[in-house]
Design a protein around this ligand. Structure first.
Ligand code: NAD
Ligand code: TDX
Length: 332
């Protein structure tokens, strides 16, 4: 039994991880989350009071962070500004949370000798051409494109430096695009599902040829737990489930699953600097740590996700109008 501190645990992937850990281990969990627009306390409703604590606070608050590190064995760091489109309009919060926030946590890990796992993204590697047979591996050079991905790349490099210079007990994982319950309606899949559910047409950036490598959030959680249990300090592990799909195919599948015509969507202004393709080779995690994804059928995972959004209009409804208003300003 370990005492696990999860930063950003009221966000999409963090909340899925908290549910997963409480259901599959005997660990206790504390969430530290600032409840930005992306955090939702309701994503953590109903968790067992004797094993779960919520702390409302900012990862840049060194005093609070220090007090929390003193009473936890493991820290899993999900907190971030996470949306590329937002980073193109106002990069500053990305520097604050992703860089200064990670630095604040690393300093606490250094002081307390706490085991630290840093959650990152495949976007640090830049993008691949559509016809390139290559996939990202742990040896791919960093080449981030957006303010978001460059701050995530910077945070990864801080972790590596704190391991090497100060002996911090850290691992890093870089995962591909997640889908599943509790994802904010600004993101691609929930935006299109909730557009259809509210009578709006889905919005595809550009021609929709961009490829993302989809993984169910539960598979991300099981991978992180595996790294916490068996990962080697100082190592980086790529997490992916061989789920490459282009955006157009995903929109058409969402429309089909919701009983709409497959062409009932709009092409809108493309994202500046839009990465073309991400693809993960997760051989290291699979062969060295024995991890395997469980959600191999994207269509059925997507159908379950659609059902979740249909059943939880009270969870996403209050955010929908504001998210769409932000997009409308950009012609998206
Ligand atoms: P999210 O935006 O849904 O959640 C982020 C959470 O962090 C929110 O609850 C927010 O309130 C909290 N937060 C933000 N700033 C904070 C601060 N200064 N102090 C404390 N809490 C703060 O993000 P997500 O999609 O769940 O992503 C979680 C992590 O996983 C991020 O580090 C992201 O880079 C990484 N990641 C995401 C994906 C993906 O597909 N979404 C893929 C790979 C990696
Ligand atoms: O309305 C849309 N229409 C559209 O075509 C939106 C919101 C997105 N898109 C496209 C852009 C991308 O090619 O869909 C794809 C996915 O977009 P996002 O959900 O914004 O994800 P992405 O930019 O790929 O980044 C995600 O995966 C990696 C997460 O948001 C990051 O936090 C993670 O690091």
């Amino acid at each position: 039994m370990s005492r696990v501190l999860v930063t950003g645990g009221a966000g999409f992937i963090g909340s899925n991880f908290v549910h997963y850990v409480l259901a599959n281990t005997d660990h206790t969990v504390t969430v530290l989350d600032a409840l930005t627009y992306a955090g939702n306390r309701a994503s953590l409703d109903g968790l067992p009071a004797d094993r779960f604590e919520f702390v409302h606070g900012d990862i840049r608050n060194a005093e609070l962070v220090d007090e929390l590190f003193a009473r936890h064995d493991l820290v899993v760091h999900y907190a971030a500004e996470s949306h590329n489109d937002n980073s193109l309009h106002d990069p500053r919060p990305f520097l604050e949370t992703n860089i200064i926030g990670t630095y604040t946590l690393l300093e606490a890990a250094r002081r307390h000798g706490t085991r630290f796992h840093h959650i990152s993204t495949d976007e640090v590697y830049g993008d691949l051409e559509l016809d390139d047979p290559a996939r990202f591996t742990e040896d791919t050079p960093y080449n981030p494109s957006s303010p978001y991905s460059s701050t995530k790349a910077g945070s990864d490099l801080l972790v590596r430096a704190w391991v090497r210079s100060f002996g911090v007990q850290a691992t890093i994982s870089n995962c591909s695009n997640n889908y599943g319950p509790f994802q904010h309606v600004e993101k691609f899949i929930p935006r299109q599902i909730t557009n259809v559910l509210t009578g709006e047409r889905p919005k595809l950036y550009g021609a929709g040829e961009n490829v993302r490598d989809w993984i169910h959030a539960n598979d991300h959680s099981s991978a992180v737990l595996t790294i916490l249990e068996k990962g080697v300090i100082g190592e980086t592990y790529l997490i992916g489930a061989d789920g490459e799909k282009n955006n157009k195919d995903v929109v058409e599948l969402i429309l089909q699953l919701l009983g709409q015509e497959p062409d009932a969507y709009d092409h809108v202004v493309d994202r500046p600097g839009h990465d073309m393709r991400y693809a993960i080779d997760s051989t290291k995690l699979r062969t060295e740590l024995g991890w395997m994804p469980q959600f191999s059928d994207f269509e059925s995972g997507l159908a379950d996700t659609i059902e979740w959004y249909r059943a939880h209009t009270g969870w996403w409804g209050p955010e929908k109008a504001a998210a769409e208003a932000r997009y409308k300003e950009q012609g998206q």
